[in-house]
Design a protein. Structure first.
Length: 219
């Protein structure tokens, strides 16, 4: 029985405007070398390859907690895990195009999110690695693994990531705190009768001597 030699190519990426949370849609073109595919159970791993782009001084400063000083980047600019997602591809013969939905997080404790948030413009260089199982056969039925060496590169525009975030968190950031810290913040907010979390954080910053907030409070 003829082996199904799959090929993968990413033709574009955009935000999913109808998703419940921030989600990127990667458009995949999958080829089978002319073989018939009954179904494809695909797993896709996405990695950021930071060494494949340049950075201005502002970006380099923001990326310091991930990669250290720029002088160390020759050894510290290592790939960053972005996502690992499954996808069931319907049957096709020859080639097909499908959308791979990838949820994204605004949690800045996640390395990939910190990387995205540190960039001002340009593209994020990604490597997509594929594995899984292909169900194939012209006259019968055969099961084959998707070889681990199958991969493709794609450049994700930073603006696409920002637009996906702005759709769900317009003009906002997101901060995760331990439960005991949240309890203390809630108690502080209640004691001072503060109307929102923003007002609570601003009051704490002003008390800590933030120059900008002290000037604002003096007006």
């Amino acid at each position: 029985m003829t082996t199904c030699d799959l090929t993968f190519d990413c033709t574009g990426v955009q935000g999913d405007r109808y998703a419940a949370g921030p989600t990127l849609l990667f458009r995949l073109r999958i080829g089978s070398g002319g073989a018939r595919v009954h179904a494809l159970a695909l797993r896709c791993q996405l990695r950021i390859e930071p060494a494949r782009r340049s950075y201005d001084d502002t970006e380099a400063e923001r990326l310091g907690d991930l990669f250290g000083e720029r002088s160390r980047w020759g050894t510290s600019l290592n790939p960053v895990q972005f996502a690992q997602v499954p996808l069931m591809v319907p049957g096709f013969t020859g080639s097909t195009e499908v959308e791979l939905p990838v949820p994204v997080s605004y949690d800045l404790d996640i390395a990939a999110t910190r990387y995205f948030a540190s960039l001002t413009d340009g593209d994020v260089p990604l490597l997509m690695l594929f594995s899984g199982t292909v169900f194939t056969g012209a006259d019968g039925f055969a099961v084959q693994p998707v070889p681990w060496h199958k991969e493709t590169r794609v450049r994700l525009p930073v603006r696409v990531w920002r637009e996906a975030m702005e759709q769900h968190f317009p003009g906002c950031g997101w901060l995760r705190l331990p439960r005991d810290t949240m309890d203390e913040l809630l108690a502080y907010r209640s004691r001072h009768g503060l109307p929102s979390w923003e007002a609570t954080v601003r009051a704490l910053l002003a008390a800590a001597g933030s120059p900008a907030l002290a000037e604002e409070a003096a007006r």
